[in-house]
Design a protein around this ligand. Sequence first.
Ligand code: UDP
Length: 348
Amino acid sequence: MNVSGRRILILGANGFIGSSLTLGLLRKNYDVVGVDLSDFNLNESKKFANFLFRKIDVLQNFDEVESLIKECDIVVALVAIAVPSMYVKNPIAVYNLDYEHNVQVIKTCVQYGKRIVFPSTSEVYGMCSDKAFDERLSQLVLGSIEKERWIYSCIKQMLDRLIWAYGKHEGLQFTIFRPFNFIGPKLDNIKAQQEGASRVITQFAHNILNSKPIKLVDGGFQKRCFTFIDDGIDCLLKIIENKNGCADGQIFNIGNPTEEYSIKELADILISAFKEYPEYTHLAENAEIVSMAGSEYYGKAYEDVGRRVPSIANAKSILGWSPKTDIRTAVKYILDYHLLGKDYEACI
Ligand code: UDP
């Protein structure tokens, strides 16, 4: 089947958002080509006849990516390093992949007249002090150059600006979206022994599981709004559907403003949730929580965001979307997957 307008190229299909989106699209009968370095998150997707996986290193073989862009209708460009510890450990690798590669993708979409759906990030708002971040009105507030943490935010901001400019001056059809702390079973590998290499929720679960102390950076007073992956995918499917062109030229925050918790509260929620699994209760009861300075945990190039709340008025009014999943339900899906081996893909 090759229905015009429904051929989607997902660059970075094996990632957390990519693999969930791929499956969501296949279930809605889109034709999907997924590109990534590996496909271990795509087992369910590979059962669909209208899915094709292409193993490509996009930094080495852009020619192949270009051919695929030519053949599709919509490009979802998800290839990026998006782990805060990497922004301070290897900012040049972050730049090469996140910036250089995506500029190529954007320019190729312009060249062949393809629609691009592009992931910006809640990080672009940086240390903005607004109570809720507005896509059009909020200031984007970054720290100084030696605070290398901001390289990712700055790269994404530049890519947003480039896409916007191509949209305005050269007719690029685009939608930009900004995920706010998406969480879900396949976010990071809970079993990996890499302190600081995962997002906070998987790091904490890993630490409980391995009887290592949970480290609250700077006391864990900083807050995040946690968004369950299925809610995020639901919004992305509406963006891709693009009813009457409603998503064209728009920027959408995708987040769950009512599920705002401090990092310390998140640790408590996880510990309580672990206690519900008899085999793991003893680990939760013995879980240790310590506080650690951000400069010690990440190094001096780190700077944190105190609060990060999305305004989702745009997604509500234009797409008719709202998130539905609270953090405790999300945590249950995550722990059922990791501790009981339940298949998460069944719940999209
Ligand atoms: N954090 C923490 N302990 C950890 C890992 C992260 O306290 O072991 C904090 C981190 O400093 C940040 C928050 O948790 O304030 C969220 O971190 P994450 O890496 O998930 O991504 P961010 O929301 O900062 O993009």
